[in-house]
Design a protein around this ligand. Structure first.
Ligand code: OGA
Ligand code: NI
Length: 351
């Protein structure tokens, strides 16, 4: 999302910093809160694996079980992992090849792709005191075509633009499939839900997390929930790092080869009046290995106010969130430093 109130990207490279054979981590990256009471565990917590082929095939026998699993995943975890998702293999392969080539370029060249609130750099840096994330990113607005700002799209590697274009269309296709399934699960008109997302902004946050000599002291991305509707995450080189918050604990989502994590964002939680959950997550860093990911965010279109759908405010219930315009939603996100759950909390209604 971008907005006039947004904070311009800041320009420096953690990748270059990390390549200097640091003896210790600079203090602005050190997170005292990591060692806090929060336990990291995976005991007994499952992030469901959804076999998408069972949901788009014609075999009704397998359909129901998977369909219910998806519903439960969206409700309880807010996260699931898609297997047999049918994303075009060539599109995936090219993305996996081209993204690292961009980050391998010298800083001087990467910085040509820096814009006000798009492109290469550091996002959401508001003041001198704020702790910093151990990572670099390239943020692009990818759909619909009209929002593209090609001057921020890398010219190198030469196939980058074509690759990203193809991958972006594939993400759009998977989003549409998921929306159809979710509408069915929610018992709402799928055409209506599709229409709300039709022409909505798709944006990518392409993340590069260098290794860190002291990984237990830093975070690749601070705890946050995604403000948009549905996020699909490609973990390019299949290095662990994603964790979700559950009952005050951080749960690692282990890499499952070829699986694509999908999660619900704040707007979707609001639309469903809280039936689907936007879960806080963060990224931890590896001591030896770099980690590369592409998060693709899908938002509702700008004409749709963001708030609970009347069909989803069930009898005896009331709206759990205030409904606000799309522009207001963006403004809140950017101008008030509302990152993570604080955005949703602010929009909660006192019933
Ligand atoms: C994000 C995000 C997770 C990851 O970009 O919003 O949560 O593993 N990324 O990179
Ligand atoms: Ni995220």
């Amino acid at each position: 999302m971008t907005n006039n109130n947004s904070k311009p990207l800041q320009l420096w490279s953690v990748q270059d910093l990390a390549s200097e054979n640091l003896e210790s981590v600079p203090s602005r990256y050190i997170r005292p809160e990591i060692d806090d009471k929060i336990v990291v565990t995976s005991a007994g917590i499952e992030v469901p694996v959804i076999d998408l082929s069972k949901l788009i095939g014609h075999d009704t026998h397998f359909f129901m079980e998977e369909f219910e699993k998806l519903d439960l995943a969206c409700q309880e975890r807010g996260f699931s992992r898609l297997l047999n998702h049918g994303i075009d293999e060539e599109a995936l392969k090219k993305m996996i090849e081209d993204v690292p080539k961009f980050f391998d370029l010298p800083f001087e060249e990467k910085k040509q792709c820096t814009g006000e609130n798009e492109g290469y750099g550091q996002a959401l840096v508001f003041d001198e005191e704020q702790k910093l994330d151990w990572g670099d990113m390239l943020a692009l607005r990818t759909q619909p075509d009209s929002v593209r700002n090609y001057k921020f799209w890398p010219a190198h590697p030469l196939t980058f633009r074509e690759t990203t274009n193809k991958y972006s269309s594939e993400m759009e296709r998977i989003k549409t499939i998921l929306l159809g399934l979710m509408a069915k699960n929610l018992g709402i008109d799928s055409k209506k839900l599709m229409k709300m997302f039709n022409g909505g902004l798709q944006s990518m946050r392409i993340n590069y997390y260098p290794p860190c000599p002291d990984p237990s002291k830093v975070l690749g991305i601070s705890p946050h929930s995604d403000p948009t509707g549905i996020t699909l995450l490609l973990q390019l080189n299949e290095v662990d790092g994603l964790q979700i918050r559950h009952d005050g604990q951080w749960i690692p989502i282990k890499i499952l080869p070829n699986a694509i994590p999908v999660n619900i964002g704040d707007s979707f939680e609001m639309l469903t009046n809280g039936r689907y959950s936007s879960i806080e997550h963060r990224v931890v860093i590896n001591k030896e290995k770099e980690r590369l990911t592409v998060a693709t965010f899908h938002q509702t279109n700008g004409s749709v106010p963001i708030g609970p759908l009347s069909e989803l405010i069930h009898k005896g219930e009331s709206a759990k969130y205030n409904t606000i315009s799309y522009d207001m939603f963006e403004k809140l996100f950017f101008s008030r430093k509302l990152y993570g759950k604080s955005l949703l909390d602010r929009l909660k209604r006192e019933n």
